[in-house]
Design a protein around this ligand. Sequence first.
Ligand code: 6PG
Length: 245
Amino acid sequence: MAGHRTIIEVSDAAALAAAAAERLIKRIDANKERPAICLTGGSSPKRLYELLATDAYRSRIPWERVHWFIGDDRFVPESDALNNMAMAKGAFLDHCAPAANIHAIRTDAASPDEAASLYARELQAFHGSDRLDPARPLFDLVLLGVGPDGHVASLFPGYPGIEVTDRWVVGVPEAHVKPFVPRVSLTLPPLSSCHEMLFLMSGEDKRAILGRVLAGEDLPANRARSDGETIWLCDRAALPEGDSV
Ligand code: 6PG
């Protein structure tokens, strides 16, 4: 149901990576043409990415057909350890995916705004339209992590990017939390345009912000909802007392 959120509890970070991998493979299997996955940065997805590169999972993914995008990136060169797509490439894409299926944000563009326009065009070319249609989602799966201030991708609370609905991608000149580097981020409309939005919440560091999200606070993490299914995959350490499911 669109807008509805389902919370799934798993025991720990290893179980979370395994559960996320199964959901990702299921979404890929459901699309017999060109599945599109929107990855996330930060530390939360690393274990999942490494798992996908292991033989057991690697052999279950039709790599030639799957296309990989990213929800946001830090505006730093690909050689910089802070670059989100470089992390995903190092963890699994470079070992498994054809280079032509990896759609990185161009952090070598002249500015975050220029990188945002280029990425919007790339997404629209892939989609075959510059219109989003709930009946034909852009992505099969959108992975998201949540920052300590409730941001998703690089859509920070109180910043203009969170309100943007007429552009698919925006430049974010300043970050609200570390690392304090400019960002480039998808906006809510393309992030929502998916069959499934999958939040990854692991470890006690996430407990405080998860409590605020579950209390219904107006945060980017609460505004991000899939046109299809919205799933919060949480391990026990991340779930606030009393929120066990
Ligand atoms: C980024 C992100 C960001 C991230 C959250 C959670 O570039 O920083 O894409 O939205 O997902 O901040 O980060 P952690 O997984 O490191 O906690």
